[in-house]
Design a protein around this ligand. Structure first.
Ligand SMILES: Nc1nc2c(ncn2[C@@H]2O[C@H](COP(=O)(O)OP(=O)(O)OP(=O)(O)O)[C@@H](O)[C@H]2O)c(=O)[nH]1
Length: 299
């Protein structure tokens, strides 16, 4: 059987549904999804192998105009992705003007010269078919996209069809990952992403974006299906630390127990999770700390 692979970068503005689509296509939760923009901070790879074709999906942080050094690195992760893939898939909201960052990304796709597809997501929010046609035409007229497609990840419409479209860009050769792999993300990174998701879901808006999670210990107990995991949760302010811990430790308990269940699901083992909350001032603007937390350096 002649095998082939296609590398696909999913790009688009924050909150447009890139992580949701990645998870839908992979059939496993590899990317965290919340209703808050800028949930995804680094590039996440989802992998699907169907018969001879391996699909490697690079879910990227949403493109936006950066306000902090972390923001700069997030935008860089997105624009780097489109440079070395077989096809880029740019997601759009069904309505509204293109943001400045979206226009910059469209320009980058144009000058990069690689093939690109446009996907109008959230079609379930459309009031009528005519609006979809207006959006399709607007995107076609940009002259950047080989095809304009439409999906509703929420209602699972148009997603399955994307496989055939992506397969057209596949390149013959051996697969890059084992056929049963669904992500190349290390287990430790999955654990810290799960914790971040729970904090985004449970805490007030401004706090979670100032939080970083590092996994200090990840140890399987010999002969037992138990993994001991210690994580550090870093906040920017002392007051934030108090909120993460909550009254009598209630909030941290809630976050940790939700995270533990997801970790057990992912890892297929019992998990003993210990969380420590620490303060590191303004880590989002410190190159030193960003490196320390594993965010890639901007060239
Ligand atoms: N109505 C509707 N909502 C959707 C759809 N797809 C995703 N969403 C919602 O949109 C929100 C953002 O989804 P994400 O998948 O996190 O978006 P993202 O583009 O990865 O966001 P960033 O990580 O911020 O770049 C979540 O609340 C999703 O449930 C859809 O097809 N229809």
């Amino acid at each position: 059987m002649q095998t082939s692979s296609v590398f696909v970068a999913l790009v688009g503005r924050p909150n447009v549904g890139k992580s949701s689509l990645t998870n839908r296509l992979v059939g496993e939760k590899v990317a965290i999804v919340t209703s808050k923009p800028q949930t995804t901070r680094t590039r996440i790879t989802g992998i699907v192998t169907r018969g001879p074709v391996q699909y490697v999906l690079l879910d990227t942080p949403g493109v936006h105009i950066p306000r902090t050094k972390l923001g700069e690195r997030m935008s860089k992760a997105a624009s780097d992705s489109v440079a070395d893939v077989d096809v880029s898939m740019m997601l759009f909201e069904p309505y509204g003007d293109f943001t400045e960052a979206e226009q910059a990304m469209i320009k980058a796709l144009k000058s990069n010269g690689g093939p690109a597809l446009a996907v109008i997501n959230k079609t379930d929010t459309l009031k009528n078919e005519a609006d979809l046609e207006i959006r399709r035409r607007q995107l076609s007229e940009l002259g950047v996209f080989d095809q304009v497609l439409a999906t509703s990840v929420r209602e699972d419409k148009g997603c399955e069809e994307l496989f055939d479209v992506m397969a057209r860009y596949a390149v013959e050769g051996p697969h890059f990952f084992p056929d049963d792999a669904y992500t190349d993300m290390p287990e430790k990174a999955l654990v810290s992403e799960i914790l971040r998701e729970k904090m985004l879901l449970n805490l007030r808006d401004e706090i979670p974006h100032g939080i970083a999670v590092t996994v200090e210990r990840f140890k399987e107990r010999p002969d037992k299906n138990i993994i001991d995991i210690d994580v550090n949760i870093y906040c920017e302010r002392k007051s934030h630390k108090g909120m993460v811990i909550g009254k009598g430790g209630q909030m941290l308990k809630k976050i940790a127990s939700q995270a533990r269940l997801d970790c057990e699901d992912f890892l297929g083992a019992k998990v003993n999770l210990q969380c420590w909350v620490k303060v590191k001032d303004d880590w989002r603007d410190s190159d030193f700390l960003l490196n320390d937390f594993g965010f890639k350096q901007t060239n």
